[in-house]
Design a protein around this ligand. Structure first.
Ligand SMILES: Nc1nc2c(c(=O)[nH]1)N[C@H]1C(S)=C(S)[C@@H](COP(=O)(O)OP(=O)(O)OC[C@H]3O[C@@H](n4cnc5c(=O)[nH]c(N)nc54)[C@H](O)[C@@H]3O)O[C@H]1N2
Ligand SMILES: Nc1nc2c(c(=O)[nH]1)N[C@H]1C(S)=C(S)[C@@H](COP(=O)(O)OP(=O)(O)OC[C@H]3O[C@@H](n4cnc5c(=O)[nH]c(N)nc54)[C@H](O)[C@@H]3O)O[C@H]1N2
Ligand code: SF4
Ligand SMILES: [Mo]
Length: 747
């Protein structure tokens, strides 16, 4: 499969065709699927999959296929807007970019002079393109140390990256799906994984961060077997060798139970453990506390299945694991992650063909992002919210601590927060916040707020004074790289195919604002010059060269721990305090947590809060990904709303029958923190004591003005999740393991 020979653009039947790699908006993670965009008279008329893209090979999902509907949607905001009514009132006026910049620059300078630069917070959501640029937007343009990913416990990806950094000392671990090679599965030296554990993740729907989910299906067709750890029967679980249907939030116990079997039965890789792991004897001792019978009681997974699945995994060579949100959205998640990484390590599957690949300790093309911090004085950097309270989080992630940020917003202590910039989060629309009602009240007090987005959202409607219109990935030049450079299978070009209104990309906005506020940090004349400055030192190519090639594969090497490629001193081993994989984590210990993985009951459960569980007898897990929606996005897109019309809560038919609920009934989901309304979807693919509710629902078709705010409070399941149960090190919240009751809505 050669990508180099095809041109990146050509004329065909009156269309200009542009080959490009996807990112965002509309939302997706950096998996960078290949598209052919057909443009005529500055309109995107159709989209096709690019058969020459080495990863997606012509396949696309509904979100990319419906891109023309999104790009030319009548409700899209394509000019800068200024609010002319009260916040929450749908009254806006079109302004020019110059006027927008004048207002923003004046306000920023005024707020910085009056309250200090730390009184500005940039809010950013999940790994869209914006997350390459919102740190520099904060640090090098606005001059604040406070960039906030607002989800309680930073419960997405950040915990997994931090755990890997502390336990392995490397970039992100990923299934080896032969993505590094243009010839893919035929590549000599690559091996097919015999078994993959899919742990709390649904990658064929979510394609998260850099894992192209359908690669798993490709490998299944070639013979790979699966173990799926999920309370719900997903498509992959239904085709797995073992589906371990665990009670939500008990993952640490399950992983420790599997380790118990593998270690006690001598099924681990003794050579690898001896040479490259530290703390094996301590781990061996710890797992004795988790015999399969006890783990079966905790997790509700039958003992035989735990034992058999553990044996099957340990005996498969090579074998791989991919882990998902179940690690992050759990206050016990650091221990889940530690135990899952230990499973991968003791079986010797690290950085071998068909095993688990690992990225280098420093992210590819990450230098500039990190170094923009140096624009801030040490004194200012030390004011970063929550950095003192949660050093384990602050050390791995350059953001504030989300939970401390909400406290500071509410109390004004130790200093007041006066300005917000919403840059890729629609946080009150049940996404990047738990207790969104608290965030709503706290964010109402800003003196000034800016939102950068494509459509008017409840968040922008409630808080923003200025709205900056954002271009989609079809409308701008850019770079996409899997796992944000933490484990890069390829670097792709995002090639601009058309211009819509006056929309600009995140990096264009940063450059223009940066030049006005802090020009020395933004020396580039345009984005191409900027991208070349990023690409040239590490990949030796210019942006124009990347554009033409569309996809570039940096070289990949296995067993980097043997060749000194994981340490700056060039010594073999890992970049951890002991130089080995830390089954016993000296860093967790230093920060006051247990150095070994352990299980802790979810904060609310039939076992930890039996009294409350009498009133709220069902376990609530939330937010499993949908094919057509990316978080709160796509609610305006008709084709997609035909597939996902209403918010759905999954209930087992037996439970529903007891509650007098039929398929399609509107029901309330309620607990001690709040309630919301969704439509019942009956399915045998969920345990009778567990329900699953969708997140991200608001209704662009409903009234925009407050108090309605596009119906943002109606189906908002995050109202049921509090903001106080994070793990000891500051990571994780119980988004996937709350309790609730469900009853029929009478209206
Ligand atoms: N289409 C689409 N794709 C997306 C997104 C989107 O909104 N839409 N969002 C993106 C983002 S930000 C992220 S972080 C990724 C996340 O992608 P994934 O990690 O795949 O996340 P989820 O789909 O939330 O959850 C995966 C599975 O975990 C299961 N689960 C629930 N509770 C538990 C539990 O306690 N333990 C275990 N083991 N499993 C549990 C769910 O049933 C679900 O099948 O997806 C990204 N991709
Ligand atoms: N109950 C429950 N809640 C959850 C989850 C769950 O599993 N359960 N999952 C959580 C997870 S993992 C995450 S990451 C969060 C996600 O939360 P967010 O990332 O805040 O997701 P959205 O609310 O969709 O907000 C993103 C906004 O950014 C805009 N946007 C899209 N692309 C770009 C871009 O490239 N640049 C800019 N500037 N803007 C862009 C979109 O139009 C949208 O309005 O949700 C979390 N919320
Ligand atoms: S995973 Fe789907 S939405 Fe994301 S880039 Fe690929 S085809 Fe597009
Ligand atoms: Mo996420």
């Amino acid at each position: 499969m050669s990508t180099a020979k095809k041109p990146w653009t050509w004329e065909e039947d009156g269309y200009t065709v542009t080959r490009t790699c996807a990112w965002s908006p509309p939302g997706c993670h950096p998996v960078g699927c290949g598209l052919k965009l057909y443009v005529k008279d500055n309109r995107l008329v159709k989209v096709e999959g690019d058969p020459d893209h080495p990863i997606s090979q012509g396949r696309l999902c509904i979100r990319c296929l419906s891109l023309p509907e999104y790009v030319h949607h009548p409700q899209r905001i394509i000019y800068p807007m200024k609010r002319v009514g009260e916040r929450g009132e749908n009254k806006w006026q079109r302004i020019s970019w110059d006027e927008a910049w004048d207002i923003i620059v004046d306000k920023v300078q005024d707020i910085k002079a009056k309250y200090g630069p730390e009184s500005i917070v940039v809010y950013g959501g999940t790994g869209r393109q914006a997350c390459l640029y919102y740190y520099p937007l904060g640090f090098a343009a606005l001059g604040t140390p406070n960039v906030c990913y607002p989800l309680s416990g930073w419960s997405c990806y950040g915990p997994r990256c931090a755990i890997t950094q502390y336990v392995f000392g490397t970039g992100y671990p990923e299934i080896d799906f032969a993505g590094y090679y243009p010839d893919r599965y035929d590549h000599p030296g690559w091996k097919l994984p015999e078994c993959i554990i899919i742990w709390g993740k649904d990658p064929i729907k979510s394609n998260p961060d850099g894992l192209y989910g359908h690669a798993i299906v490709d490998m299944m067709k070639r013979g790979t077997k699966l173990i799926v750890v999920d309370p719900r029967l997903t498509w992959l679980a239904s085709r797995a060798e073992y589906w371990l249907q665990l009670r939500p939030g008990t993952d640490a116990a399950l992983a420790l139970g599997m380790l118990h079997v593998i270690i006690n039965e001598g099924l681990y890789d003794k050579d690898f453990v001896e040479k490259w792991c530290a703390g094996f004897d301590d781990l061996k001792q710890r797992v004795q506390e988790y015999p399969p019978e006890k783990v079966a009681e905790i997790t509700w997974v039958p003992k035989e299945k735990i034992v058999e699945a553990a044996r099957f995994f340990a005996r498969s060579k090579p074998a791989s694991i991919t882990w998902g949100l179940a690690v992050d959205e759990n206050p016990n998640g650091v221990q889940v992650g530690h135990a899952v990484l230990s499973l991968a390590a003791v079986t010797g599957n690290i950085d071998v063909p068909g095993g688990i690949t690992i990225g280098p300790p420093a992210a590819l093309l990450g230098k500039w992002r990190v170094e923009t911090r140096l624009e801030l004085t040490e004194e200012l950097w030390n004011k970063r919210i929550g950095a003192q309270e949660y050093p384990a989080l602050a050390n791995a992630l350059a953001t504030t601590h989300p939970d401390v940020t909400l406290d500071v917003l509410e109390t004004g202590k130790p200093y007041p927060i006066k300005m917000a910039w919403f840059n890729s989060t629609n946080l009150i629309s049940p996404t990047c916040s738990t207790a969104p009602d608290r965030w709503y009240r706290a964010l109402k007090n800003m003196e000034f707020a800016v939102a950068t987005d494509t459509f008017m959202t409840p968040t922008a409607m409630a808080f923003a004074d200025i709205f900056l219109p954002l271009s989609t990935f079809a409308e701008h030049d850019g770079i996409v790289l899997t796992h944000f450079g933490r484990n890069t299978i390829f670097v792709g070009a995002i090639n601009k195919a058309l211009q819509v209104g006056e929309c600009k990309s995140d990096i264009e906005i940063c450059l223009e604002l940066g030049k006005r506020l802090n020009p020395k940090a933004w020396p580039w004349n345009d984005v191409k010059e900027f991208f070349t400055s990023q690409l040239k030192p590490e990949l030796g190519i210019t942006f124009d060269e990347l554009k033409e090639q569309v996809v570039v594969h940096p070289p990949y090497e296995y067993r980097k721990y043997e060749t000194g490629k994981l340490r700056p001193d060039g010594e073999p081993g890992f970049m951890t305090p002991s130089g080995k994989i830390e089954l016993y984590s000296t860093l967790f210990e230093m920060w006051g947590d247990d150095p070994l993985p352990y299980f802790e009951e979810p904060p609310y459960s039939p076992y930890s809060t039996p009294e409350l569980a009498k009133e709220y007898p069902l376990i609530l897990t939330t937010g499993a990904r949908m094919w057509g929606m990316f978080h709160s996005e796509h609610r305006q897109i008709r084709t997609i709303r035909e597939i996902h019309s209403d918010p759905l809560v999954e209930i087992h038919p037996d439970t529903a029958a007891q509650l007098g609920i039929n398929d399609g009934d509107w029901v309330y989901i309620e607990n001690m923190y709040g309630k919301c309304k969704q439509k019942a979807k009956l399915t045998v693919g969920i345990h009778p004591k567990v329900v699953h509710a969708q997140h991200g629902w608001w209704f662009p078709e409903k009234q925009a003005d407050e108090p309605n705010l596009f119906g943002v409070w109606d189906a908002n399941v995050n109202l049921l999740v509090p903001h106080k149960h994070i793990g000891k090190l500051g990571f994780g919240s119980p988004l996937k393991s709350m309790i609730c009751k469900v009853y029929k809505a009478e209206e």
